[in-house]
Design a protein around this ligand. Structure first.
Ligand code: NAD
Length: 247
């Protein structure tokens, strides 16, 4: 019944938007933060907040230790059927854009052309003082070689170009994401716990603008009651089925 309702909505979709979270990439082998076995079951999120990273060398070492685990997972990952289904929807002209909280670049690698990254991208590292950038690979090699708190030649701190808690969001990307949330006809909300703000506000923003919202997630979210349809399951399985049958 819920699947049939979701299929009817997708069949009518003309200028949809997808809003994705870490759950879209777990089937590619990249752990999420809050799902079972997620990163926060092993690390303290407070430790990774931006003010701590800047102030405390020990916090930076812990952050980079996690990076030593995370980056090889990112390099080894390939887009899964969820990422590929979104790229196909864009090619068919039904989806305008993917707005993602993910930092892994898998939507682009799957072929999605218009991707808004709200939380940056983990494949580049920047200096917090002089803004020089490096491919992550180079800094990863320094970590592997034993440099556990890498600095720039200018003395500045290095950090992946992702947005941590306490760090400013990219204003242009955020403004465009909210505009799309209000202006699309259907929003597909995929693999997000919807507890990270302001990104999660995109969902009530869309609902209040009259947009039909289909949510696919393994676990409950704070917005399940508000959206048009909730499909419980894996994005990489449920989304291709939804789209195939609604074509
Ligand atoms: P989250 O970890 O808070 O929530 C992920 C949600 O996805 C959970 O509710 C989980 O039950 C669900 N889920 C996991 N696998 C799923 C699957 N196969 N199908 C459907 N649902 C699935 O992640 P979030 O909401 O994106 O927010 C946290 C932050 O995590 C984001 O800011 C993002 O930058 C960061 N993050 C990104 C990556 C990545 O880029 N792949 C990985 C870890 C964390």
């Amino acid at each position: 019944m819920t699947m049939a309702r979701a299929q009817a909505i997708v069949a009518e979709m003309r200028h949809g938007v997808a809003f994705t979270g870490a759950g879209v990439s777990t089937e590619s082998g990249i752990p999420d933060f809050r799902g079972p076995g997620g990163v926060w079951s092993k690390y303290d999120p407070e430790e990774f907040a931006f003010p701590r990273f800047v102030a405390n060398a020990e916090s930076r070492r812990k952050y980079w230790r996690w990076g030593l685990e995370f980056y090889p997972q990112l390099v080894a990952a390939a887009p899964n059927p969820g990422h590929l289904a979104l790229a196909e929807l864009e090619r068919r002209g039904k989806l305008q854009c993917v707005v993602t909280q993910n930092i892994d670049g898998l939507h682009q690698r799957a072929g999605s052309q218009d991707v808004i990254e709200l939380h940056g991208n983990a494949t580049t590292v920047g200096c917090l003082s002089c803004a020089k950038c490096w491919p992550r690979e180079e800094i990863h090699a320094r970590l592997v070689a034993g440099d556990d708190d890498p600095h720039c030649a200018c003395g500045g701190l290095l950090k992946p170009r992702t947005i941590s808690f306490g760090q400013a969001m990219p204003a242009r990307e955020l403004a465009r994401a909210f505009e799309l949330a209000r202006g699309c006809d259907v929003m597909l909300v995929l693999g997000s716990s919807l507890v990270v703000y302001p990104a999660a506000d995109l969902v009530p923003e869309a609902v209040e603008a009259g947009v039909k919202v289909i949510l696919i997630n393994l676990q409950a979210t704070p917005y399940d009651e508000m959206v048009s349809v909730v499909l419980r399951g894996k994005v990489g399985e449920v989304l291709p089925r939804l789209l195939a049958e609604a074509a």
